[in-house]
Design a protein. Structure first.
Length: 299
């Protein structure tokens, strides 16, 4: 666990109210779980260390708490920003007190480009997966740009063969979308469908409970284990196949607006990253230095 609690001294009414407000806002269970992690730590800190009620906390003490989080929990600046966002939600919707962004500013943080598999790596990975179910699921992540959760929650009716597209519901941005259905992926999926008793509800059900979809943790573990077996880049994970889908499409000439719709991004800013990830050689972009006439050798 990220946090260790010294006791149950803090009042559960705050956490119960926090959960209720998140539920009323219609946020997901995943968001609730993440938010509660830091709010529990916040309540624990002020109750067991400062012996104060959240209503009585000053801005100076909130700033001290954030410094304590980063120092003793060794959190990244990005994670600290998540904690600040959750404190803001707690203050506004549970304590019903105003929030002043100038009192607790967000931190600057470094950004890194994600890892993108080459086409050869994708072929090697897919071609060596041990089961047809794994092959079908990973093929859909790469061929259609699906997130791991979107693959796990696919239903039989989402595969629209007549129009060669996939209906993606309950996305990260809480809006439905359509994306490409690859013919090769459909062939793999069809073979899987016949071999795995022709599922008519969840395409990829949980092994222990066919009435529930496959857990993302299961597929994620299988992908990481296979990556280790193949001795591929340690940054490779399930999301790498979605990045590879978008990068390879952009390299092939697909415009950013089309990519945005296929990926289900809310903002084009999220899609622009694939400009940086795409290979310049594949887009026939060369340095002007290589296009100058004449040589530059020393006589």
């Amino acid at each position: 666990m990220l946090f260790h609690f010294k006791g149950d001294f803090f009042d559960d009414k705050y956490l119960d109210s926090f959960r209720e407000m998140i539920s009323l806002r219609g946020l997901t269970d995943h968001t609730l779980k993440n938010y509660c992690t830091y709010i529990r730590a916040y309540l624990d800190y002020f109750t067991n260390i400062l012996h104060k009620s959240p209503e009585d906390v000053s801005w100076d003490e909130l700033r001290d708490y954030i410094r304590w989080l980063q120092k003793f929990r060794d959190l990244s600046d990005r994670t600290v920003n998540c904690a600040i966002s959750q404190l803001r939600f707690f203050t506004l919707y549970v304590l019903h007190k105003p929030w002043d962004d100038t009192q607790l500013p967000m931190r600057k943080f470094d950004t890194y480009l994600p890892y993108v598999l080459t086409r050869n790596e994708v072929q090697l990975f897919l071609g060596s997966l041990p089961t047809l179910k794994q092959k079908a699921m990973v093929s859909l992540m790469y061929s259609s740009g699906l997130r791991i959760g979107e693959v796990c929650r696919l239903k039989y009716g989402d595969i629209q063969r007549s129009s060669m597209r996939i209906h993606v519901s309950k996305t990260k941005n809480r809006s439905d979308r359509y994306t490409l259905l690859s013919q090769r992926a459909l062939d793999i999926l069809t073979e899987y469908w016949y071999e795995y008793d022709r599922p008519m509800d969840w395409l990829f059900s949980a092994k222990q409970d066919p009435l529930r979809p496959c857990k993302t943790a299961v597929l994620n573990r299988q992908v990481l284990e296979h990556r280790i077996k193949l001795n591929l880049n340690s940054k490779l994970n399930c999301h790498s196949f979605r990045h590879a889908f978008a990068t390879h499409l952009y390299e092939s000439g697909t415009d950013l607006l089309t990519l945005k719709e296929l990926l289900g991004h809310k903002s084009i800013n999220s899609t622009v990253i694939y400009v940086h990830l795409a290979s310049y050689a594949s887009r026939k972009i060369y340095s002007p230095f290589d296009q100058l006439n004449g040589g530059f050798t020393n006589d």
